[in-house]
Design a protein around this ligand. Structure first.
Ligand SMILES: O=P(O)(O)OC[C@H]1O[C@H](OP(=O)(O)OP(=O)(O)O)[C@H](O)[C@@H]1O
Ligand code: HPA
Ligand SMILES: [Mg+2]
Length: 191
């Protein structure tokens, strides 16, 4: 990175640019719109905070241009804490504010890595009696998946490396970067 930003010292390389993210979100919103043209009561988008915050904001707006009506809901769950591997335990930090029973839900995720978060969340939404549940994720790491889950809408399949930016953090940092990138190895050594 050589554009003089503070993160030049930390980012090894960008793997998905801002423009690529923008284009992909337009495509994903088109696919979801086409699949839900006749849904009654509109869609319920469930954003999985904090990582999916950027994707939710951009995806919901893209859907708003041509798609079905959508209600926006937010859950906060965490399993990574300060590290780069899943603890395997998903903690609810903020639950849904409203009933999902009978609703057509699309879960909005930033990344499917081990799959543990989503497999937990899909069971949770089923127990809350959602009428249907599909998942849209911006990123997926096919080589890292421990629990195989049906993800209907995938933005990018990426290599099995820890990534940051566009909502994704390492120890709560780098979420605000507008691209997805990989950190230099010495950042982990410094942490
Ligand atoms: O497929 P998995 O291995 O479960 O990983 C994916 C999940 O991990 C991250 O959340 P994290 O627990 O880091 O919380 P955060 O979104 O607040 O950063 C990410 O935002 C996904 O929700
Ligand atoms: O690669 C990742 N980066 C940041 N957060 C994550 N949570 C799961 N995988 C990742
Ligand atoms: Mg995280």
């Amino acid at each position: 990175m050589t554009d003089g930003s503070w993160y030049d010292a930390d980012i090894d390389r960008v793997i998905i640019t801002e423009a690529q993210i923008r284009e992909k979100i337009a495509e994903l919103a088109k696919q979801v719109s086409a699949d839900y043209t006749t849904v009654e009561d509109g869609l319920l988008l469930v954003c999985v905070l904090k990582g999916a915050v950027m994707f939710m904001a951009d995806f919901a707006r893209a859907l708003g241009r041509h798609g079905p009506a959508a209600d926006l809901e937010f859950m906060a769950v965490s399993s990574y804490g300060q590290g780069t591997t899943s603890s395997g335990t998903v903690r609810i930090l903020k639950d849904l504010d409203r009933d999902v029973a009978g609703r057509h839900v699309v879960v909005v995720e930033d990344i499917v890595d081990s799959g543990l978060t989503l497999s937990w969340l899909l069971r949770y939404l089923a127990s809350r009696k959602a009428a249907s549940v599909e998942v849209v994720t911006l990123l997926r790491k096919p080589e890292a998946v421990k629990v195989s889950i049906p993800v209907k809408y995938v933005g990018f399949d990426i290599p099995n490396e820890f990534v940051v930016g566009y909502g994704l953090d390492f120890a709560e940092r780098y979420r605000e970067l507008p691209f997805v990138g990989v950190l230099k190895p010495d950042v982990y050594a410094r942490a």
